[in-house]
Design a protein around this ligand. Structure first.
Ligand SMILES: C[S@@+](CC[C@H](N)C(=O)[O-])C[C@H]1O[C@@H](n2cnc3c(N)ncnc32)[C@H](O)[C@@H]1O
Length: 292
């Protein structure tokens, strides 16, 4: 085996391939040390095992694998979450739907606990944040992927919140349950979109990114969620959906056609309309069965 480099030297060499920051984060992950240790003690030795693990991770990063999968975690809304190849890496723009949902859940001041469901939980970031920020709420989360739900359950345990996780297709596992608030960040990239080949996306689960409808507009999952959600909402309940940068107008149309009112879109930090939603109207008694 080649001579094992000291930590500072290993960092310098790797930085030429994957950049200083990623090289540092991989080194910290492998050696279990902090940034300050690396700066203060670049002369520290690495074990042979650490050196070969580090070299392997640098190779994978250089081949485009996202850093979050290599270190096994990602930060979202100031909390660290476990992630792996079964789940989408949480994106900063998803913080918007969390904020909008929290605002609505906190405004629900009836005698019972507000009931919230997150459709397409993935790593569980949205459901866990809602449970943490709205401790009065009862939070449910669904996903079609059993492997994703395992990650989401681990994240709920890590952050000490109770979330009911159900496996199945969108609202199917909800039975006859109704909610005050439904949130979803469904897959919305159109099948065949060239972005799916860029920026580490090939390493993320395709079923978390794209609706898989060949030649479609990426709105296949959103159409299904809008169609199913009304039946699972209490009167006046909110549906909030995250969507693509150019889909707000279409999503507002879908919500309007499905009978939602107060339909609106909200912009993320980049000024992009990123979340759209509306409220289920109060229906006269007897109309519910037809809505299903
Ligand atoms: C864009 S990811 C969102 C993950 C997480 N909520 C977040 O915001 O980071 C979409 C999620 O929807 C799930 N999904 C895809 N099709 C589904 C379906 N038919 N029913 C339920 N969940 C589905 C995927 O497994 C994936 O976890």
């Amino acid at each position: 085996m080649d001579e094992i480099p000291l930590m500072g030297e290993a960092w310098r060499r790797a930085a030429r391939r994957v950049g200083r920051r990623d090289a540092r984060l991989l080194l910290e992950h492998v050696c279990g040390c902090a940034h300050a240790d690396l700066i203060a003690h670049p002369e520290r030795a690495m074990s042979g095992d650490q050196a070969s693990r580090f070299a392997g991770l640098v190779e994978r990063r250089a081949a485009g694998e996202p850093l979050a999968y290599l270190v096994g975690s990602a930060w979202f809304c100031g909390l660290e979450f476990a992630v792996g190849p079964a789940v989408l890496i949480p994106r900063p723009e998803t913080e918007l739907i969390v904020d909008l949902a929290v605002e609505r859940a906190r405004a629900m001041d009836g005698p019972g606990r507000p009931r919230i469901v997150d459709l397409g939980a993935g790593s569980g970031v949205v459901a866990v944040l809602l449970a943490r920020r709205c401790p009065r709420a009862e939070v449910t989360a669904t996903d079609v992927s059993a492997a994703a739900l395992d990650v989401a359950r681990a994240n709920a345990a890590r952050h000490g919140v109770a979330v009911r996780f159900l496996e199945g297709d969108w609202c199917a596992p909800l039975g006859d349950d109704r909610f005050d608030l439904i949130v979803s960040n469904p897959p919305y990239v159109a099948d065949g979109d060239p972005h799916l080949a860029l920026d580490g996306l090939p390493f993320e689960p395709r079923g978390a990114l794209s609706d898989g409808v060949a030649g479609g507009d990426g709105l296949g999952c959103i159409r299904r969620v809008v169609a199913a959600a009304a039946w699972h909402l209490e009167a006046e309940g909110w549906l909030l959906l995250e969507h693509g940068y150019d889909q707000a107008l279409e999503v507002r149309k879908l919500l309007g056609q499905a009978g939602f009112r107060e339909v609106a879109s909200w912009r993320d930090e980049a000024g992009i309309e990123r979340v759209s939603g509306g409220r289920r109207p109060a229906m006269p008694a007897g109309m519910d069965a037809q809505a299903r």
